[in-house]
Ligand binder design. Structure first.
Ligand code: ADP
Length: 189
């Protein structure tokens, strides 16, 4: 556990759909209509209520789809978490297509929305590092430095969990955490 400002940052190995934090984050795609990976698992376990709210969001706020780096909130349906924050991470295209900025935006917009919704605890998966192919060593540094930066500047979110799906991913996040703590890595250089 690492304390940044008033927020506790935890890394753990597990299944994000089992988390009891106020909200969990979905690494969605811009359609918001479900998909594979975390997205599929969340919709399967959370039930149709989540998809119904996603359809309303598509009809009203984002008819063309949720842009990369943005975030929206729905119910958690049958999940233990009360809410799901859906975001779209960037697809890795080699690193020169603003992927770092877009990944940082995804994390930052989730946290800003959580703050607005008075969510006090939140769980993140490793956004973009599955089907979207973002190298996890790079993505983990951006994830952690963005969360640290937000936590230093804002009060109100007590707990931020990163729920990693394999021991290997957890080790990489652990190493990134040490690096970010030691060097104050800003994430985008
Ligand atoms: P993206 O399309 O953003 O890359 P994915 O869902 O394909 O999203 O993968 C993101 C990360 O989430 C991957 O590291 C994957 O192993 C992990 N993951 C998949 N299912 C779960 C789950 N149930 N809980 C936590 N992490 C998961």
């Amino acid at each position: 556990m690492t304390m940044i400002g008033n927020s506790r940052i935890h890394l753990s190995l597990g299944d994000i759909t089992e988390q009891r934090t106020d909200a969990i984050v979905n690494a969605a795609n811009s359609t918001l209509m479900g998909g594979g990976g975390v997205d599929g698992a969340i919709h399967r376990k959370g039930g149709t209520e989540i998809l119904e709210e996603c359809k309303i969001i598509r009809k009203t706020k984002w008819p063309e789809g949720l842009p990369t780096g943005e975030a929206v909130v729905t119910t958690g349906g049958r999940l233990k978490a009360k809410m799901v924050i859906h975001t779209v991470g960037p697809i890795w295209k080699g690193g020169n297509e603003r992927e770092p900025e877009l990944l940082a935006s995804a994390y930052r917009n989730c946290l800003a929305l959580a703050l607005k919704m008075k969510i006090r605890s939140i769980s993140f998966p490793s956004i973009s590092t599955g089907a979207y192919g973002y190298p996890i060593e790079k993505a983990s540094r951006i994830a952690l430095s963005t969360v640290f930066g937000f936590a230093r500047e804002h009060n109100g979110i007590d707990e931020v969990h990163f729920v990693l799906h394999s021991q290997h991913d957890l080790m990489i996040y652990d190493a990134a955490l040490k690096e970010v703590v030691q060097t104050g890595f800003t994430g985008l250089d």
